[in-house]
Design a protein around this ligand. Sequence first.
Ligand SMILES: CNc1ncnc2c1ncn2[C@@H]1O[C@H](/C=C/CNC(=O)c2cc(-c3ccc(F)cc3)cc(O)c2O)[C@@H](O)[C@H]1O
Ligand SMILES: [Mg+2]
Length: 214
Amino acid sequence: TRSTRPKRLLRAVQKNATRGDPLSVISAIDHFCRHSEWAMNVGDEKGSILDSVVSELNPNTSLELGTYCGYSTVRIARLLPPGARLITLEFNPDYAAVARQVISWAGVQDKVELVEGPSGDLIPQMKERFGVETFDFVFLDHWKDRYLPDTNLLEECGLLRKGAVLLADNVICPGTPEYLAYIRNSPRYESRYFQSHLEYTKVEDGLEKSVFLG
Ligand SMILES: CNc1ncnc2c1ncn2[C@@H]1O[C@H](/C=C/CNC(=O)c2cc(-c3ccc(F)cc3)cc(O)c2O)[C@@H](O)[C@H]1O
Ligand SMILES: [Mg+2]
């Protein structure tokens, strides 16, 4: 069947990374994206900001919107304490299939629940179907025009606890203007911008970290 970039990325992981070693999977993907083919993973520079937010928070229940190849899924899951879990949503079955293999190659599959489907349908099912009470951490990295509607959905479904952290990728490039305007002006959030660069480039980009105040 036709080779796709995600499939070539997976092959690079299987060739260059050590099974059960998440850091080797992360560096194999970063090497592939720097030296072979650019891909829209959060990358190493923004990834280290993601790492520090997750490590500081030690979230018990996390949500990722937009799995893609599973790069940030592995970055987050490797830092989670035993018993903690990460639910990641992906509606493209081909990407989901690649991500599952990347996640298991890294050996973090026991902490990750990859659910195939659109976030708009799945978020309202989090309590009933997935036994989620509230999320401690949400990483937004899916279609940029869906950050705001899905944040509102999380609020409406009562899925954010007081002190929950939302971390949004690409708030500069490609940009998420409506989301930024909302989250920076809402009295219900305390936001901070972490300046960085678009993965594997010198273009400016950054992450917006927002604490839900209840
Ligand atoms: C809407 N609900 C949804 N529910 C579940 N999964 C969803 C989804 N929307 C999108 N997805 C999935 O998330 C992923 C989409 C990510 C969109 N990301 C971007 O467009 C993006 C784009 C760039 C980018 C930046 C500059 C440039 F020149 C070209 C691209 C950089 C990034 O870091 C990005 O995250 C895919 O795997 C898609 O299938
Ligand atoms: Mg991104």
